[in-house]
Write a protein that binds this ligand. Structure first.
Ligand SMILES: C=C(O[C@H]1C=CC=C(C(=O)O)[C@@H]1O)C(=O)O
Length: 391
């Protein structure tokens, strides 16, 4: 018989929490999703090409267990960041595990919107004018907020706070290239959207588009808002454009593609989204998760329709380069398995600065003030993780 004396320490933290605690800025990258958590430490080598054939070939040379982690930028023509880590550890999903670390005090300093909120409304109006003129059906426009703090911002408590608030989301902290400087650069976030996963023959994509702010304090109002989103013709159209594009791009590569006729609702702590899970099977070993992610990216959930026209509109209308925001973060391995998550509800931390972004899909019928408000709610994910009240 075993007995527990009062002096016996409490059970150690569950495995995924230990993995979360093991991540430090500059040490590597950490991911967590419904299938599990992964910590990739160190850099064994940096892959010079992110061409999916070349990556798969290189990983196979390194061995059956080889894996590459990193980030793909929004602009597929910009350099991606893929490394083979020195060491990989996996754990169970964070799931509902309570990550109960104390929140450290919020940074002091300044918040600088880029552009100013009124200018963002002007950008939406510009997109609507382009749509009215013809040739553009949907475009996603983003805005940024810079936190310029008085002292270096520590991404560790931010990541733990993201995990505490939404342990079921796709959480990530990706170590980005530092261009020779010593200060680590981390992209971290809690994304609700799976771009693409491949596990064995099973392929899954989960496009989201169409959003409504939740009313967490009032369950009846919260439910009403979700139902209104599901019934909204404008949001259903915005969503359908994404699903059609994802299905069309997967069809040549994937067998038995299942595309539900209608979306369902998913919730983050702050937003309702329209969601469709698309599934299929991939028979060959040569079509990796990275191949499939690159075939889909950038979907109309982050770019628009038609893709090239929307991409040009984003470049012309947005006042900044998105970098890795609205790109994808994740991993791909020598077997072709992998998981790529949309880099949304995220921020880039470097020294005293944190840049946060949020975007919204614009279709005919969108209203500039509503889209501004929606991006404000999306920005809350990272502002809350920083302990900051205002946007
Ligand atoms: C571009 C973002 O969200 C995308 C993903 C889900 C819903 C979206 C929307 O309803 O506009 C966006 O397409 C963002 O969070 O910055």
């Amino acid at each position: 018989m075993t007995s527990t004396s009062p002096a016996t320490p409490l059970p150690v933290a569950p495995d995924p929490v230990r993995l979360l605690r093991a991540w430090t800025p500059g040490s590597g990258s950490w991911f967590s999703g419904p299938r599990g958590a992964l910590l990739a430490r160190g850099t064994r080598l940096r892959l010079p090409s992110t061409d999916a054939d070349a990556v798969l070939r290189r990983l196979r040379e390194l061995g059956d267990d080889a894996l590459a982690v990193g980030a793909l930028p929004f602009d597929p023509a910009a350099p991606a960041h893929l490394v083979v880590p020195e060491d990989v550890e996996r754990a169970d999903p964070l799931g509902a595990v309570l990550v109960a670390d104390p929140v450290t005090s919020p940074p002091t300093g300044e918040l600088r919107p880029d552009p100013a909120p009124a200018a963002y409304e002007g950008m939406v109006a510009e997109a609507l004018a382009r749509m009215a003129a013809g040739g553009l059906d949907k475009v996603v426009l983003a805005r940024a907020v810079d936190v310029v703090a008085d002292a270096p911002v520590d991404p560790v408590p931010m990541l733990r706070e993201l995990a505490r608030r939404d342990p079921r989301s796709y959480l990530f902290a990706v170590d980005l290239p530092t261009d020779g400087l010593r200060t680590p650069r981390t992209l971290l976030g809690a994304s609700p959207e799976l771009l693409l996963s491949r596990h064995g023959t099973e392929v899954t994509a989960n496009p989201l588009a169409g959003s409504a702010a939740r009313a967490a304090a009032d369950p009846d109002e919260d439910r009403r808002r979700g139902e209104a989103l599901l019934a909204s013709a404008k949001d259903r159209h915005e969503h359908a454009l994404v699903v059609a594009d994802v299905a069309a791009r997967l069809r040549p590569l994937v067998d038995d593609l299942e595309v539900p006729d209608a979306p369902c609702l998913v919730a983050t702590p702050t937003l309702w989204h329209l969601s469709t899970t698309v599934r299929g099977r991939v028979a060959g070993r040569d079509v990796s998760a990275l191949h499939l992610a690159q075939a889909l990216h950038p979907t109309p959930a982050v770019c628009g329709v038609p893709r090239e026209v929307a991409h040009a509109a984003i470049t012309e209308i947005e006042p900044f380069d998105r970098g890795f925001y609205t790109g994808a973060v994740g991993w791909t391995d020598a077997r072709g398995d992998g998981e790529w998550v949309m880099a949304l509800r995220c921020g880039e931390v470097r020294g005293e600065r944190v840049r946060l972004w949020a975007g919204a899909g614009i279709v005919p019928g969108s209203r500039p003030a509503d889209e501004l408000a929606e991006t404000g709610v999306k920005l809350r994910t990272l502002l809350d993780a920083l302990g900051l009240d205002e946007a």
